[in-house]
Design a protein around this ligand. Structure first.
Ligand SMILES: Cc1ncc(COP(=O)(O)O)c(C=O)c1O
Length: 470
């Protein structure tokens, strides 16, 4: 009897958390319960998730930036259907599939001409791993420099260029020769690169953690230094690519010319995992340098038809719906309105970001009551405050957001690029309301904060926040 998937889903929806607790990551289930995110969603479309009762949840988390074109886009659905209906040959491996050639062609059209060779793989971290290998093979050097608080993925090579030791704990030894500099510290970078043993300097144009980026010409100078020292310059566009920052690529915000970029997340259209490493041809060829090295770096599912079709459909949607420009315009508007909230709420320290990658950083408020609550939470863990805001936005206003990383008072939003006026209005009003609630201490919002404190103290050293991937 063939699988009746629709029946299976409708009859068992609601068992999600029990199944995960039993068979998957039960620690994650515990955290989701503590922070009140243990909801069951039945449907999704565009910027919204819907629960079993049809309530809408505004998704400003976007699956960590997987849903730039919104959820369940009909154009991607159609592309998937087309592939299935045509019974295409898939992953023959010893052929050259048409769809991977077409996606490579389409992606390269969106990039400067010096980036002209592509390798497809399945995830952001796999793209980082490949980029590291390409850089090492091309330069004959082993060293790698990244930036404090960097996030490039969680497999061992990527973890080696990670900028947050929390993620590395317990998994060493990692790759040798990896060091970090503080964001903007040109002197430190110079000291490292002038040793001429560094294969690559890798950046996220806008860091996922905390949404940090230089306000000056640090990247431009760093790129120049890379050229002078024979170091390759890698831009990890896994999160910043495909319109997220209001430009096609994050590096365009500084007119950079990286030697290698990595792409993933939204290229999938939110359906089939796909990632890409894009490099200068001469760098690429140093890996595939002889006939017997033609598959020295490869990935079984890397060029699979469904992934390629999703990538093609996604690029088309970004163009057809003018989403990159929309992200720039609406992102600016959203930041402007959030910035205006600073007048009302002394809790807001700074609103920063580019396009639809936005952080709202908090600091100790002036109002006496709110200051008491702030101090209480910060005696335990600094990110508890941001988690309290995230949870309240979710419980009271049905808006999904995230904290921006460990030890930060930062709320981060990654609205789908299809976000419009209605969603902007809803979010700004909700944040205004939640921050007004913070003035009532004691009050319901701080009661939840106190619960977080209790869990945190009980579970130390385990944290009760949810910044696993940012
Ligand atoms: C900048 C960046 N690079 C790499 C990764 C890793 O991607 P993946 O989770 O697909 O391995 C992420 C994931 O959040 C990311 O934000």
């Amino acid at each position: 009897m063939p699988l009746d998937l629709k029946n299976l889903i409708t009859t068992r929806l609601g068992e999600n958390y029990r199944l995960h607790e039993q068979h998957l990551n039960s620690t994650l289930v515990s955290v989701q319960r503590i922070i009140g995110f243990d909801h069951v969603y039945a449907q999704a479309r565009g910027c919204y998730l819907y629960d079993l009762d049809g309530h809408d949840y505004l998704d400003f988390l976007s699956g960590y930036s997987v849903f730039n074109i919104g959820r369940n886009h009909p154009a991607v659905q159609q592309a998937i259907r087309d592939v299935l209906e045509m019974d295409l040959p898939n992953m023959v491996q010893m052929d050259c599939s048409l769809l991977s050639g077409l996606l490579a062609e389409a992606l390269l059209k969106k990039l400067p001409s010096h980036l002209n060779a592509i390798f497809f793989c399945n995830s952001g971290t796999e793209a980082t791993e490949g980029a590291i290998k390409f850089a090492r093979a091309a330069t004959g050097r082993t060293g790698l420099v990244s930036i404090e608080k960097a996030f490039h993925g969680l497999t061992n090579g990527s973890l080696s260029v990670m900028g947050d030791v929390h993620f590395q704990e317990g998994f060493g030894p990692l790759l040798g020769g990896c060091t970090r500099i503080a964001m903007g510290d040109f002197a430190a970078l110079k000291a490292k690169l002038e040793r001429r043993d560094i294969a690559a300097f890798i950046i996220e144009p806008v860091q996922g953690k905390g949404v940090q980026f230089p306000k000056d010409d640090f990247y431009v100078k760093a790129q120049q230094l890379c050229r002078e020292t024979g170091t390759l310059f890698i831009c990890d566009e896994v999160q910043t690519g495909l319109g997220r920052t209001g430009k096609w690529w994050g590096f365009e915000n500084w007119n950079l010319e990286p030697d290698i970029i990595t792409v993933a997340k939204s290229l999938s259209g939110g359906y089939v995992p796909v990632a890409a490493i894009v490099a200068r041809r001469e760098i690429y060829q140093k890996t595939f340098s002889r006939l017997d090295r033609c598959v020295v770096h490869s990935s079984t599912f890397g060029r699979n038809n469904l992934a390629m079709a999703c990538g093609l459909a996604t690029l088309q949607v970004l163009d057809d719906e003018n989403l990159v420009e929309q992200a720039r315009v609406n992102g600016e508007e959203l930041r402007k309105r959030l910035d205006a909230l600073k007048e009302k709420h002394s809790l807001i320290k700074e609103v920063r970001g580019l396009g639809m990658m936005i952080a709202i950083e908090f600091h100790q408020p002036k109002e006496f009551a709110a200051k008491m609550g702030w101090k209480l939470l910060h005696m335990v863990e600094s990110e508890l405050f941001a988690q309290m805001i995230v949870t309240t936005l979710f419980k009271k206003h049905r808006i999904l957001t995230q904290i921006a990383g460990h030890g930060m008072d930062v709320l981060k939003i990654l609205p789908p690029l299809v976000t419009g006026e209605k969603e902007i209005e809803r979010f700004v009003n909700a944040l205004d309301d939640v921050l007004a609630d913070c003035r009532k201490f004691p009050g319901p919002i701080w009661d939840f904060g106190t619960q977080l404190v209790k869990h945190s103290l009980r579970r130390k050293p385990a944290k009760v926040t949810s910044s696993a991937q940012i």
